[in-house]
Design a protein around this ligand. Structure first.
Ligand code: IDP
Ligand code: MG
Length: 133
């Protein structure tokens, strides 16, 4: 069954001109782009997006980074989209990301890791609504 998920191209990747290369990976892997926009999140909006991480030691750094310059939000559709996108994106820490994954190819470090991908169908629905309500 077709499923939707959310990908964000984070500031580090936008700034290094990797938008096109990342989108090419998505399309080649069979994801259909259903909605897409470039947006500069405010600190408050970035904090709202990552509210599940409230209390984590990296939250302040993450919110500051995600509101530092524009991101690209993309709603994607495919069979098994959530799990397949997580696999294409790779591990949170690029040093541990599998060969050929987006993070292994483009990410700088654990914080500046180039992309976000929803981690469950439930969170995907919430995150797509957050950007495309
Ligand atoms: P995920 O993006 O792979 O789902 P999460 O654990 O949900 O990883 O963390 C959200 C984001 O917070 C990560 O993508 C990364 O940018 C940042 N982050 C997570 N853990 C750390 C850390 O230990 N140091 C710095 N940033 C972190
Ligand atoms: Mg996550």
């Amino acid at each position: 069954m077709k499923q939707q998920t959310l990908l964000m191209i984070k500031p580090d990747a936008v700034q290094r001109n990797f938008i096109g290369r990342i989108i090419e990976r998505l399309e080649t892997a069979g994801f259909q782009i259903v909605q897409m926009k470039m947006v500069h999140l405010t600190v408050a909006r970035a904090r709202e997006f990552y509210e599940v991480h409230e209390g984590k030691p990296f939250l302040e750094e993450l919110v500051a980074f995600m509101s530092s310059s524009p991101i690209v939000a993309i709603a994607l559709e495919k069979e098994n989209a959530v799990a397949d996108l997580r696999e294409l994106v790779g591990a949170t820490n690029p040093a541990e990301a599998a060969c050929g994954t987006i993070r292994q190819c483009f990410a700088i470090d654990m914080g500046k890791n180039s992309v976000h991908a929803s981690d469950s169908p439930e969170n995907a629905a919430v995150e797509i609504r957050f950007h495309f309500a």
